[in-house]
Design a protein around this ligand. Structure first.
Ligand SMILES: C[S@@+](CC[C@H](N)C(=O)[O-])C[C@H]1O[C@@H](n2cnc3c(N)ncnc32)[C@H](O)[C@@H]1O
Length: 219
């Protein structure tokens, strides 16, 4: 079963998933295989969020994209499918095992010529990239304790008007709670406040899946 939003009514959440398209049989197979291989893990973006990512990449006319946190490849396929002709996606992940599944599905999706995988800590990989060319689109879904560092590393590497999409920013719906927050909600609250205070960018949090913050970098 696809991950539902923790804060939306489950029926509404399933309704959103059911009304996102295109419905891609290969992505459905990837979800099923990932659940078979790693039944204890629930890490993939949901189909409605994947559809939104693909649409955003397309709307940006993005040619250069980067993803931090690839796992078995679901979101990377959505992002790569949205790229303009000749576009390239650079994926970063620390797991050779999980991204081996991604590589197989990139092949099946006919996307190997558009995606380049860098294995290692995302912060180190981004720090080692040349300053140019800049990215038109970035998707952040790796280590939650490093979100502010990812953001800072990416902002200066984005083209003017470039879009950064950041996953899980509603901390299972607990981010606005009062009193003692759980660690994930605390991290996400700190990240959201950091973005809000940044005069270099504009942002909005979209309440899809576990929350997707969209940040555009001022020109
Ligand atoms: C939530 S999963 C990503 C899910 C993926 N976006 C998808 O839709 O299938 C997080 C991923 O981040 C990776 N990760 C964790 N720490 C990392 C780091 N420091 N640098 C890069 N990747 C990291 C994990 O190996 C894992 O594959």
């Amino acid at each position: 079963m696809t991950r539902a939003s923790a804060f939306l009514d489950p029926r509404l959440s399933e309704y959103l998933v059911a009304h996102a398209q295109p419905r891609d049989p290969l992505l459905a197979e990837l979800v099923a295989e990932t659940h078979r291989l790693y039944p204890e893990l629930d890490l993939q973006v949901s189909p409605d969020e994947g559809a939104l990512l693909r649409m955003l990449v397309r709307l940006c006319g993005a040619r250069r994209a980067i993803e931090l946190g690839t796992f078995t490849g679901y979101s990377s396929i959505c992002v790569a499918q949205g790229l303009a002709p000749g576009g390239r996606l650079l994926c970063c992940d620390v797991s050779a095992k999980w991204t081996a599944v991604a590589r197989r599905y990139w092949e099946l999706a006919g996307l190997t010529d558009r995606i380049e995988l860098h294995l290692g800590p995302a912060l180190r990989i981004v720090a080692g990239l040349p300053a140019e060319p800049r990215f038109d689109f970035a998707f952040v879904d790796a280590e939650k304790t490093e979100y502010i560092d990812y953001y800072e590393a990416l902002v200066s590497r984005m083209a003017p008007g470039g879009l950064i999409a950041v996953d899980n920013t509603l901390g299972h719906g607990k981010v606005a709670g009062v009193g003692e927050l759980d660690p994930r909600a605390r991290l996400m609250r700190a990240f959201n406040d950091h973005v809000l205070a940044d005069p270099r960018t504009q942002s909005v949090i979209v309440p899809i899946a576990d929350g997707l913050t969209l940040v555009t970098v001022n020109g």
